[in-house]
Design a binder for this molecule. Structure first.
Ligand code: ATP
Length: 202
């Protein structure tokens, strides 16, 4: 049975940072499938205006076209209500029956204690963290209070030594808004989609 790396995010837009670190993480843990899962309403980003789910989904599909390691799932976008990772992991466990990993960046690890039922999530999948420039490996006192010592140990053990890529969707949206080039930050078909649909300029 193949090990599967699930990778959720707002992907607004998907960028080369996402693609590089998730491929490196899959290689490090021995997963041979990565499923990108654009989120409907990230609970921690409710105030931020997101591109429509269909646009974010379309950009993910364009980004991975021709790369058999990656798949895209619209499951979270099809749900009503917020995208809680625990519910998504349970869904994929039922559907795939495989060992599941869930990928986050170091900035998300710092917020993990605020996630819905994090202790159950830490049991339902293996949480895998990749480094991100500007976010040092933290002490995680709040997370230690929310999960068991064994779970913390497992989370820390899965902080991977993957390439540090200084690309963020926020910066890409700001550049697009300012009419600056976003070439090479996103796959070319994604850049063309953003331009054709005037996603971050209007
Ligand atoms: P935004 O700037 O809008 O917050 P983002 O670039 O952080 O977006 P998300 O879609 O929110 O992208 O990220 C999904 C997940 O990928 C998060 O766990 C985030 O930490 C991680 N991630 C995003 N970009 C990188 C990167 N360059 N390196 C490592 N992890 C990343």
């Amino acid at each position: 049975m193949a090990d599967v790396l699930l990778y959720g995010g707002s992907f607004d837009p998907i960028h080369h940072g996402h693609l590089i670190v998730s491929r490196a993480a899959a290689e490090a843990i021995g997963a041979d499938r990565i499923i990108l899962i654009p989120s409907a309403i990230p609970p921690h980003k409710r105030q931020v205006r997101l591109a429509a789910g269909e646009d974010r989904l379309a950009m993910c599909r364009l980004a991975i076209a021709g790369d058999s390691l990656f798949e895209v799932s619209g499951w979270e976008l099809e749900q009503t209500g917020p995208s809680y990772t625990l519910l998504t992991v349970r869904h994929f466990r039922e559907e795939l029956g495989a060992a599941l990993y869930w990928l986050i960046g170091m900035d998300s690890l710092l917020e993990l204690h605020t996630w819905y039922h994090v202790a159950e999530l830490a049991d339902a999948c293996t949480l895998v963290t990749v480094g991100r420039p500007g976010h040092a490996a933290p002490e995680l006192p709040e997370l230690c209070a929310a999960v068991s010592p064994a779970q913390i140990e497992r989370i820390q053990k899965h902080v991977l030594d993957t390439p540090l890529i200084q690309i963020s969707a926020t910066n890409i949206r700001e550049r697009a808004q300012a009419r600056r080039s976003i070439r090479h930050l996103v796959p070319e078909p994604v850049r063309e989609y953003i331009s054709a649909h005037r996603l971050y300029t209007d």
